[in-house]
Every structure is written in C-alpha cells, then in structure tokens.
Ligand binder design. Structure first.
Ligand SMILES: [Zn+2]
Length: 171
C-alpha cells in the first residue's frame, strides 16, 4: 500500500476546488478510501479530508474512536441544516501542526453524504460528531481553522500538553 503524505498549510492543494466523487465509487476510489482510513489512524486524526493528502476530491474519513466507531468515509457530503445555537470548542488540524484555537460552530447539524456502498445517508449530529463533520466539510470547501478561530485563543502545544489533553484531537 503506497504511503500517503500529509499536505500542510500553506500548500495550495488545501485551497483548490474539490471535485465530487463519481458514484458508484470505482476500485481506485475504494483503494484511496482504505489508504485514507489507514492514514487517519496513523496520524491519530479523528478526521481526514482528501485535500489533506493532496487529492482534490469531495471525500473525507471520520474516525470517532470516542464513539467506538470504526473509521468510515463520507463521500460528497453536504450540510443540510445547522442549529442557531452555537458552541465554542478548541480545535486543531493535522495540516496546521501544533496549534489549537477556539472556534464557534453550530452545535447541531443535519448532514447528507454517500457511503462506500453508494447509499445516501442523512444524519442528525451533535457534540463531537457535529464538530468533526463541520471541520472536514470546511476542508472540502477550502476553509481552514485559521480562517475561523479566535486569534486571541490560538496557542502552541507540545507533547506533554497533547498527553494531558487526549480528548482534543486533530482533524
Ligand atoms: Zn483539518
């Protein structure tokens, strides 16, 4: 399995338009999904969007270990509805190493996406799941956390901080 390399800000691939995946997903896309799942776990991310490994496709992996879910792909995802109620939560990003900052986002969302079996899924999400979906869908719309976070809250983290804050995972 070829190894995937992460793209880091300011790589222009993170700001390039992403194309919808042609459905049903062919063998090449399925192989890419398997590689991305592997990479997401390896990089210890709770999410990984295709542009983060240099592929400009509307495709991301969600890896919600706290929910005891195996990593799964979201293909051509769209946010259908957002709550007016927001939450201010600290976020990091694999493409912007070692920086965290507070980001305000809708607390609840309704999303639509396709799974690997070409099935359309509609889900209502809150908490960490709503957060990680919004972060990944932002990537697919060329938006990074540094465009949104409260500059006054941005701080560097080191290994000790990471160990003490396991819940604050990169996406
Ligand atoms: Zn990210």
């Amino acid at each position: 399995m070829p190894r995937l390399k992460l793209t880091f800000d300011p790589d222009p691939l993170l700001r390039k338009k992403n194309q919808d995946v042609v459905l049903p997903a062919d063998a090449k896309i399925r192989q890419l999904i398997d590689q991305m799942k592997f990479a997401c776990k390896k990089f210890k991310g709770i999410g990984l969007a295709a542009p983060q490994i240099g592929r400009n496709l509307n495709l991301a992996i969600i890896n919600l270990e706290p929910y005891d879910l195996p990593p799964f792909s979201i293909i051509n995802p769209r946010i259908l509805k957002t709550s007016s109620q927001t939450e201010n939560v600290e976020e990091g990003c694999l493409s912007i190493p070692n920086l965290f900052g507070l980001i305000s986002r809708p607390a609840e969302i309704k999303v639509e996406f396709y799974n690997e079996d070409n099935k359309k899924i509609v889900m209502d999400l809150d908490g960490l799941a709503a957060r990680v979906f919004q972060h990944e869908i932002d990537h697919l719309n060329q938006t990074l956390i540094k465009d949104k976070w409260d500059q006054n809250t941005v701080h560097k983290v080191d290994e000790a901080w990471k160990k003490a804050n396991r819940a604050r995972r990169k996406v």
